[in-house]
Design a protein around this ligand. Structure first.
Ligand code: MEV
Length: 437
C-alpha cells in the first residue's frame, strides 16, 4: 500500500496543483496530467458544469450514453436513454422492449406520490402535555413554515400530514415528527429538509415558551431533521400481459416457458439469496435510466430495498402468474424522482435524456423507471430459464476483450465467428489473435 502524508487545505488547490500532488504522492507517470486533461471536455461551459457537480474534480470519468428504442408504455412509444457500465444491460432492455411492443407493451399505474421526512428530537417533559398541545403546535409548525411552503402550494404540493410519534422504546425522551410531503415534479429534497429544519426551530420555540411547561420541562433538543428515502407511499405498478401462446412459437413450448418463468419469479419472492440477485437485475435497468436522467440512484435503491424487506424478509420485487390462459408479469416499486431542479436540469446529457423522453412529468418518469426495471428483469429471467445467462454475457464480454486489444474489424469478425460456440476467456482470445494477425 502506498503511504501518503495527510494534507490540509487540499480543496483550496487548483485542479493542476491537485494533479501534481497526486503525481508526487503516488509516483505517477508525468504523463498523468495530459492523460487526465484528455478526458476533459473542450466545451468550457459544459466542463464547468460537470466540474461543479463535485469537489476536487480532476477529470471526467466516462461511461457510455446509450439508448434502447421501442418501449411501448401506456400506448406511447418511447426511447429510453441509458447510462451503465455493464455491457449486456442496454441490449437486454432493447430486446425486452421489442418483444413486448408486439404484445401490447407496458402499462402503468401510479399508486401514490407522497414523500416522507422526519424531525427527530428529545424532550424531557410529561408526554401527555405534548400530546395535548400538539393540535396547536401543528398550526404553529404550518404557519412558521409558510414562507417555505407557499411556492410549493401554488404548484399543488406542500405538507400533507404531520404525525407525532413517541418512541421511548428506541431512546428515553425520544420523539419524532413524521411528515408527509407532496413535491410535484421536484425530487424535493431541499424543500423537505428546509421545512423539517424550520419545524425543529418551531418545536424548540414551543418548548422554551409554552406556559403549561414547568421550568424543568423547558428546552428541547433537535437530534436531526432529514427526509426519508423510504417512500412506500410514492409507488408505481407496471406490468405486461399477453396470452400464454404468444410467448413462443409452439403452444407447448410457450406454456412450458411461462410456467418455468413463473416458478423462477416465485423462487425470488421466497429465497433471499436469489431475491438479491433478482432485484439487482431489476436495478440494472432502473439505475441506467436514473443515471441518464440525473436522478439519485442510491436513494432509489435504498428505498426500494427497504420496501422489498417490508414484511420482515427480503423478497424479489416482481411477480408473475398465469390466469385463464394469460401470462402476467409485474413490478410494484416505491420511487421518488424529480424532473425539475438538481442534476436533471444542470447536466447537459441529463437534459438531453429528458428531451428524448418527451420532458416527462415526475409521474411519467416513475413509470418509465419501473418499466426499465421490469424489462431488464424480464430479459434476465427469460435468459436464465432458457439459454442461461452466459450466452448473451459472453458475446458482450468478447467485444470488451477484443476492444482491449485494438484489433481490426476483420479480426473482430473472425473472432466472433470462431467464439460462437467456444468458451470465451481473455487467454483464449489472446491466443486466437496471436494466430490470426
Ligand atoms: C446481472 O447483472 C444480473 C442478473 O444476475 C440478474 C438475475 O440473475 O436475475 C442476470
Amino acid at each position: 500500500m502506498t503511504e501518503h502524508k495527510i494534507i490540509n487545505g487540499f480543496s483550496k488547490f487548483d485542479r493542476t496543483q491537485k494533479i501534481q500532488w497526486l503525481i508526487e504522492q503516488f509516483h505517477l507517470d508525468a504523463e498523468t496530467q495530459a492523460f487526465l486533461d484528455s478526458f476533459q471536455l473542450t466545451n468550457q461551459q459544459w466542463q464547468a458544469v460537470i466540474a461543479d457537480l463535485s469537489e476536487n474534480q480532476l477529470s471526467n470519468f466516462h461511461l457510455p450514453f446509450s439508448v434502447a428504442p421501442n418501449f411501448l408504455v401506456d400506448g406511447q412509444t418511447q426511447v429510453f436513454p441509458l447510462v451503465t457500465e455493464e455491457s449486456s444491460v442496454v441490449a437486454a432492455l432493447a430486446k425486452a422492449a421489442g418483444f413486448w411492443a408486439k404484445r401490447g407493451g407496458f402499462k402503468s399505474e401510479i399508486i401514490g406520490t407522497q414523500k416522507k421526512g422526519q424531525l427527530h428530537f428529545s424532550w424531557n417533559g410529561q408526554p401527555q402535555k405534548l400530546r395535548k398541545a400538539f393540535p396547536e403546535i401543528k398550526q404553529k409548525l404550518l404557519k412558521e413554515a409558510e414562507p417555505l411552503t407557499q411556492n410549493m402550494e401554488k404548484r399543488g404540493g406542500g405538507i400533507r400530514a404531520i404525525e407525532l410519534k413517541e418512541l421511548p422504546e428506541i431512546l428515553p425522551n425520544y420523539y419524532q415528527l413524521d411528515v408527509a410531503f407532496e413535491t410535484c415534479d421536484a425530487m424535493g429534497a431541499n424543500f423537505i429538509n428546509s421545512c423539517l429544519e424550520q419545524f425543529g426551530r418551531s418545536m424548540k420555540d414551543w418548548a422554551d415558551t409554552a406556559p403549561e411547561l414547568l421550568p424543568e420541562e423547558q428546552g428541547l433538543e433537535v437530534i436531526m431533521a432529514i427526509l426519508s428515502n423510504y417512500v412506500p407511499d410514492s409507488r408505481v405498478r407496471v406490468w405486461v400481459e399477453c396470452p400464454v401462446e404468444e410467448l413462443a412459437d409452439e403452444r407447448e413450448e410457450a406454456y412450458a416457458f411461462a410456467e418455468k418463468f413463473v416458478r423462477a419469479v416465485r423462487i425470488a419472492r421466497e429465497d433471499v439469496s436469489r431475491a438479491v440477485t433478482h432485484n439487482k437485475g431489476i436495478f440494472n435497468g432502473i439505475d441506467a435510466l436514473a443515471m441518464a436522467t440525473g436522478n439519485d440512484f442510491r436513494a432509489i435503491e435504498a428505498g426500494a430495498h427497504a420496501y422489498a424487506a417490508q414484511q420482515g424478509q427480503y423478497r424479489g420485487l416482481t411477480e408473475a402468474w398465469i390466469d385463464q390462459g394469460k401470462f402476467w408479469f409485474q413490478l410494484e416499486i416505491p420511487l421518488a424522482v424529480g424532473v425539475v431542479g438538481g442534476v436533471t436540469s444542470l447536466h447537459p446529457l441529463a437534459k438531453l435524456s429528458m428531451q428524448i423522453l418527451g420532458n416527462p412529468s415526475a409521474k411519467e418518469l416513475m413509470a418509465y423507471l419501473a418499466v426499465a426495471g421490469l424489462a431488464s428483469n424480464w430479459s434476465a429471467v427469460r435468459a436464465l430459464v432458457t439459454t442461461g445467462i452466459q450466452q448473451g454475457h459472453m458475446k458482450m464480454h468478447l467485444s470488451n476483450i477484443l476492444n482491449s486489444f485494438q484489433v481490426s474489424d476483420e479480426q473482430k469478425e473472425s473472432a466472433r465467428l470462431y467464439f460462437q460456440d467456444r468458451e470465451v476467456s481473455f487467454a483464449e482470445v489472446k491466443k486466437f489473435l496471436e494466430k490470426h494477425v
